[in-house]
Design a protein around this ligand. Sequence first.
Ligand SMILES: Nc1ncnc2c1ncn2[C@@H]1O[C@H](COP(=O)(O)OP(=O)(O)OP(=O)(O)O)[C@@H](O)[C@H]1O
Length: 727
Amino acid sequence: MTDKTPPATAHAVPRFQPAAFTPTAEQVAIQTNRARHVIAMANAGAAKTTTLALRIAESITRRVAPEHIIVLSFSAEAARVLQQRLVEVGLDPGLARRVRCTTFDDFARDTLRALEGGDTPFLASFEALAPHVRAAVAELHRLNALRQAPRELWLPEHNAQIADFLQIARRLKTQLVRPALEEDETVAMRADALDIAEGVFALYRQLEKERAGDGEACRWRTVFDATYDLACLLTGSDPPPTLPKYRMVIVDELQDMNPASYACLEHLLAQGSAFFTGAGDFDQVIHRWAGAGTNFIRSRFGAGWHSVRRLPLTMTFRHGAAMALATAALKAKEVVSGRDHAARIEVEAYADAGDAARRTVARVLDWQRRSRRLDRCAIILRSPDQSIAIENALLEAGIGVRVEGLESYFLRPEILMLRGVIAFALEDYESIPGAERRLQVLQALELWQELAWATSRIEDLKTAAAQPELFDAFLQGRLLQPQTLADRAAAGLSDDEETQAAHRLLALLARLRREGRHDEADVLLSRQRAAAQAVAETPAQQSARVRLAGALEILRAAPADETADVALERAVAALELERVAQRIFIDPASAAAVSRSIAGFIDAARRSGRPLREFAQWLRQAEERVAELRRRKTVLLCTVEAAKGQEFDAVILPLLEEGAFPLAGCDRSEESNRFYVAATRMRDELTLLVPAEPARLSPFVSAMKIGDAIARARHPPAAPDAARGRG
Ligand SMILES: Nc1ncnc2c1ncn2[C@@H]1O[C@H](COP(=O)(O)OP(=O)(O)OP(=O)(O)O)[C@@H](O)[C@H]1O
């Protein structure tokens, strides 16, 4: 990468002035720079996103059409934040809306849609992908057995192994690893070079073959496949397909760049001879699974580009000196604050997770009382399942909550399933409010009963959800009756197809009778009857059905004055949900989260102190209340990944203990980056909830040397607030 731009071309007088602040000279240098490629790597809160917004606003003021500018990011949240920042710096909202802010993967998907002339089915979850993996494994076994000397291949069998494989496959795609072999290359040789098992690469090839279909159009895509497919097209075809032309390409969160996204970026820049500006922070790499890493940005990014300026943004404007000193200590680097503000950083001890949740909510209430800006407060979690106790406590306190990066635990399949079981046991279908929620409950029940009906027969489910009488018929006819051969055949057909098949059968019978072929007609009819009676269920479906009947029996027999938690404990044990979860969910983390969310649900029942029927009503009211509270100001409950790129006046980080944050089994340096991202979202106040027992304290909290940072911020040395790490 060269840095040869003559200084004379570097600056110009800015034509765009932001409304609320005066940009620093460093910001102006980026805003107005004439170099074709500008890169700013800087600390959290050092105004990277704001400065990218200034550069865009400057170009628009200089008559570049907003449609000729594209902003690419790696998460939908980051793209949304930049679009919003355009308005916040003072660009006309109408103009800001016309700038295309999107993620790399969505850009790739849109581009491919235009090139291919249609949509490709998108499989979002590992659960949706797993059948394809299993089919590819079976095919590999078959092909291997046909070989003269079958190879010994490791191929995934269990869900956890499939999850591991899918993660490796995703990483290979970010590195633009193609399945095709070079001349004289073998699968074993390539696997060796990639440092993966031979079976993994063989399966990668097989699955890609299946995905490619007959070569006409790809059969399905999952997360990142669009970026990978577009990058392969751009780098592998001559001439490469034409991309839309842009005069300016902006990339935020540059540290998340990987080779596949980079291939798309390079072609996009070449297409329109576009100007490029990118910003990022090496310490915010938290997506290593996606091939992100500082090495790529440091060594390969921009290799061969001419006219490149690397420009600094040295001051963080998000928070004051104490927080700058604390992050400097955490990351052993220099952080300078440009904001004259006495941040409030507080550490509070908790006894256990329940206590941490109550203290979190007490902090939220305190913030609401003092600021009246509930919507400017965020509770940032290391992992989604930590939300359960906090959601319960927020509900009890009557605080509205919105979630990002996680699903409210009330809407997770295992809880929806339990709510369905309660409704069926009590014959109180109104306890689940609204047809939409009842549909989710029925779908969850189908999932847990391991019935594959829901996708093709969604209309039937919708009808059952809309009418309480049919809701009951669904239980009796669908969940408690064994599946028959006829059911299984119908599961593969849509409503229309089933009606057509019935019409065809009737027509055939009529014709046979007309032609006097009564014997044939009778055989056909008796075959139909046999199919309608013959049980055709897997052992798993059979035992799920028996367990469901048992759980319903338990709940119906519960004494009227027994509290709901006691009855639910017995029903949950009968349903064996944890064991079933390990079979249904591909990622072991999802399976493990099931028992935690069920425990949270039972805890909510215990705390309500109500018998089952009243608890069901309470749940309904709680749900309505949550919806009502959400219409008012709400606190944000989110994951670190979702918080990235955003900022809040008050940030609360609960459960800062060894095993929870850093999360057990995760890479320590990436965990440190996650913690840094989470803590630096704060503008005015940061609350760190830590275990009372010092031995369990998260090492990241001690690394911040908070006491020292606060003292030094209060009595700064004569020089500016420059903080060098571990000071
Ligand atoms: N010149 C300035 N004077 C005062 N405040 C500023 C200035 N420039 C930016 N800010 C404010 O600083 C805060 C942080 O800016 P921004 O979000 O752009 O940082 P960032 O580097 O993108 O952060 P991160 O990487 O941590 O997401 C914002 O509230 C922004 O409005």
